[in-house]
Design a protein around this ligand. Structure first.
Ligand SMILES: [Zn+2]
Length: 165
């Protein structure tokens, strides 16, 4: 199949064929997942941080490896360490910015060609604690420019100084 033909397939179909939708999307500037300018929070040569397009809670984020690895088990330790450092930072920041009580971390990259990422899912007051938070119903992403700018500025400072000051 020609590469451009692949752009008509769903992410699941691509993964089943052994084609990474994340890498294809990047190569063709959003051809799979659409314009994600409003979801982008941070990017450098190693990682990118985005709002999830079909979130399970307000403030649901993903941290992705920029190079393709199938999961944490395949990625270099330095990259995994960096992802954990940013995850920790965001687990402290999201309750401040979104008012959630806790932030859950999960990573589950499966199939022949998934792209290594971890997810941060907020749990809010009144939501039951525990693993049900990983499978809360998905909703539409709603842009929140004020909170988005706060996260962008904080991540920029963290990347520069290793702190939010
Ligand atoms: Zn990939």
């Amino acid at each position: 199949m020609e590469e451009k033909e692949l752009l008509k397939l769903s992410p699941k179909e691509l993964i089943d064929l052994g084609v990474c939708p994340t890498c294809l999307n990047r190569k063709y500037h959003g051809a799979i997942y659409g314009d994600d300018t409003d979801k982008r929070l941070y990017r450098d040569e190693d990682i990118e941080i985005l709002f999830v397009g079909n979130p399970r809670a307000a403030g649901h984020l993903a941290i992705l490896s920029v190079p393709h690895y199938r999961d944490m088990a395949e990625a270099p330790d330095e990259l995994n360490a960096k992802i954990v450092r940013y995850a920790k930072y965001l687990m402290n920041l999201l309750p401040e910015v979104y008012g959630c009580e806790r932030v859950y971390l999960c990573t589950m990259c499966d199939g022949p060609a998934n792209h290594y990422h971890v997810q941060l899912i907020p749990r809010y007051a009144g939501e039951e604690r525990g693993s049900k938070n990983f499978v809360k119903p998905r909703g539409e992403f709603v842009s929140d420019p004020v909170r988005t700018e706060r996260l962008r500025a904080a991540l920029k400072a963290f990347a520069r100084d290793g702190s939010s000051e």
